[in-house]
Design a protein. Structure first.
Length: 161
């Protein structure tokens, strides 16, 4: 059962959070099956370095696709046809090799730097690169302010003496 939430009152006093409504809608559309496969970890490796590790057992490197577009990282896997029909007979099939698509929303300052595939684990390395104009800076206050502060006297067309 889906319920609709109206986040308009929260968005009235926020600036730059246009994607918030879209992210919440995306989260409510996900099913439990979508959220569980494939399992993944997100770890912080350093001050500005992160890694996503996904368990993609049974998949080959060429069956996995990693795409970054704007602020979205999409990892998808499709099993090759010949791998499925090799004439093998399974008594139990516990390694799921079903197609998947996992999406991650990245902040504006997060960049994907590389990926590796080792022992059935896909590692995607990320780094936070904050541009100089987005870093916090202190703003100095010029001159006296408040009810006792006088505005500079100016005469239109002439300089004040």
């Amino acid at each position: 059962m889906r319920t609709a939430f109206d986040f308009t009152p929260l968005l009235r006093s926020s600036i730059g959070f246009e994607n918030l409504n879209r992210l919440i809608d995306f989260a409510t559309r996900m099913t439990d099956a979508d959220a569980a496969f494939p399992p993944y970890n997100i770890e912080k490796l350093g001050e500005d370095r992160y890694r996503i590790t996904m368990a993609v057992a049974g998949f080959a490197k060429d069956e996995i696709d990693i795409t970054v577009q704007e602020n979205s990282l999409v990892v998808s896997g499709r099993a090759a046809e010949e791998a499925r029909t090799e004439g093998r007979e399974f008594l139990h099939r516990g390694i799921a090799k079903r197609a998947f698509e996992r999406r991650f929303q990245l902040a504006d300052v997060i960049k994907v730097t590389g990926a590796s595939f080792v022992n059935g684990l896909l590692n995607i390395d990320l780094v936070r690169e904050v541009p100089e104009h987005k870093k916090p800076r202190k703003i100095e206050i010029d001159g006296p302010t408040g009810p006792t502060a006088e505005a500079p006297a100016t005469i239109e067309g002439e300089r004040a003496a």
